[in-house]
Design a protein. Structure first.
Length: 483
């Protein structure tokens, strides 16, 4: 497939909106504010592109592998832009780009194949797989490129086309990514649209869309599901988490402290499957709190483009206000900020890395998803008590158990009500594994072959083992339709 020059993302004859740098709180660029009524033509073009894209699996594989190469080659352009609009350290932006390219390569090589049906009848049945058509993705601001690729890589590999809408807080790197990938894909196979609401609501409910995949908040996820129901489109919803980490009595606190800290604070805590609550045995509680607090007090917080920064700012003002509110509520109810507990006195959306001790168990910072650099640590008396507390939320995305006896840790992990459980680490995923939550953490499965097949539908063909031979006497047989 020949290489083409990058195509600009579709523009709009409407307005534009400002994109802010979270390290300064100031606008540094603009993005098109596309109107909802523009989606009709965009989805129509995606439908036309689908006819050719679905027809040639070999060409799809070649194109997606070329797209992965193009993404890697554009890293020096993509990474600084991603850091500028999202806030994360530059090294993490490069890691996100690498993950995006790796995901394209992984799904490009998957083949759904076909499977025979053997049930003893003289009929040969076969299950084949067909693509769905134009699909939609709505992506949040914490990992704009990585989560976009988690949606478009399996969808495109399965033969679908996609219309993708990034968050208004982080539209620029995704637009550039779309332009880079477009050098390897036919026109309108992947379209990036940007804008504020009701653009996302219209995309989720568009009658030409056959599958909607969304990552974000529970209330918005419910609205997306309601919109998609109008056209009976399938939905995949990843709606966040409130992951608990349970430390066992035999845990080596100093040995796991760094891993536990970064499992909670990577990307400034803005990770759906980050550790958001720690349950420590009462005997070890003070040691755990002190070890985490020492790391929170010494980690370098700064602009993501500063080479010395390990933690960047919170991405946006509404999220910063949420973190401040949850922290203040916990402290008003008796919690102690052993580290942090306040917004930093500087430009931008910076919040001090915070470790909270003596937190009332029913505080919003414990029961809800704070999604920021704040970590409550709670003591427990018995292991059953810790497991019950870990499971006592509406979320069920992930969880982890930390200890020396791996068999015992695995037995505890098996009692967690979540989609993924880790032992002595957290939030590490393979491209080949399923990723799904239970309860209010989501609907459907992403990742691995399971996510791939979620973008396909089964098509069954039945064929007799013996050809039907016409006999003249059969013309005399009574046919029901002639009754």
């Amino acid at each position: 497939m020949p290489t083409r020059q990058p195509r600009r993302a579709p523009e709009t004859d409407g307005g534009r909106f400002a994109v802010l740098d979270p390290a300064t709180g100031e606008a540094f660029d603009e993005a098109p504010d596309q109107r909802p009524d523009e989606l009709d033509a965009i989805v129509d073009r995606a439908h036309e592109a689908w006819r050719g894209w679905r027809a040639d699996p070999v060409a799809r594989t070649t194109a997606l592998l070329a797209a992965a190469d193009a993404v890697e080659a554009a890293g020096a352009d993509l990474a600084p832009l991603l850091t500028r609009e999202q806030g994360k350290p530059l090294a993490e932006s490069y890691a996100e780009i690498a993950r995006t390219a790796a995901r394209l390569r992984y799904f490009a090589e998957l083949d759904p194949g076909s499977r025979p049906i053997t049930d003893g009848r003289p009929v040969r049945g076969e299950i084949r797989w067909r693509s769905l058509g134009p699909v939609a993705a709505i992506v949040p601001w914490n990992f704009p490129l990585q989560l976009a690729s988690a949606k478009f890589a399996p969808a495109l590999a399965a033969g679908n086309t996609m219309v993708l809408k990034p968050s208004p807080f982080t539209p620029l790197a995704t637009r550039l990514l779309g332009s880079v990938i477009s050098t390897a894909l036919p026109p309108d196979v992947l379209t990036i649209v940007t804008g504020r609401e009701p653009l996302g609501a219209r995309l989720a409910s568009h009658p030409g869309i056959r599958h909607v995949t969304f990552t974000g908040s529970i209330p918005t996820g419910r609205a997306v599901a309601e919109g998609a129901a109008a056209s009976l489109a399938r939905v995949t919803l990843e709606l966040g988490g409130n992951d608990a980490a349970i430390l066992l009595e035999d845990v080596d606190v100093e040995r796991i402290a760094d891993r536990l800290f970064w499992a909670a604070f990577r990307n400034c805590g803005q990770v759906c499957m980050a550790v958001k609550r720690v349950y420590a045995p009462a005997r070890l509680y003070s040691r755990v709190v002190d070890a985490l607090a020492q790391r929170a007090k010494t980690v370098v917080v700064g602009a993501g483009l500063d080479p010395g920064s390990r933690l960047g700012p919170v991405n946006n003002a509404p999220q910063l206000a949420r973190i401040e509110r949850y922290t203040a509520q916990a402290m008003a109810a008796g919690a102690r900020a052993v580290a942090g507990g306040h917004r930093l006195d500087r430009r931008g959306y910076f919040f001090a890395p915070t470790i909270l001790a003596d937190v009332p168990p029913e505080s919003p910072v414990v029961m809800e998803e704070q999604f920021g650099p704040v970590l409550p640590v709670l003591p427990y008396g018995s292991l059953d008590e810790a497991i019950e507390a870990a499971n006592n939320t509406g979320f069920g995305l992930g969880g982890s158990v930390w200890g020396t006896d791996l068999d015992r840790a695995e037995a505890v992990a098996d009692r967690l009500e979540c989609g993924t459980a880790w032992i002595n680490h957290h939030a590490e995923l393979s491209l080949a594994q399923p990723f799904a939550g239970i309860k209010e953490s989501g609907v459907g499965v992403a990742g691995g072959p399971w996510g791939f097949y979620g973008n396909l539908r089964p098509f069954v063909v039945h064929r007799p083992e013996v050809a039907l031979v016409h006999r003249p006497e059969e013309a005399l047989v009574h046919r029901p339709e002639e009754a």
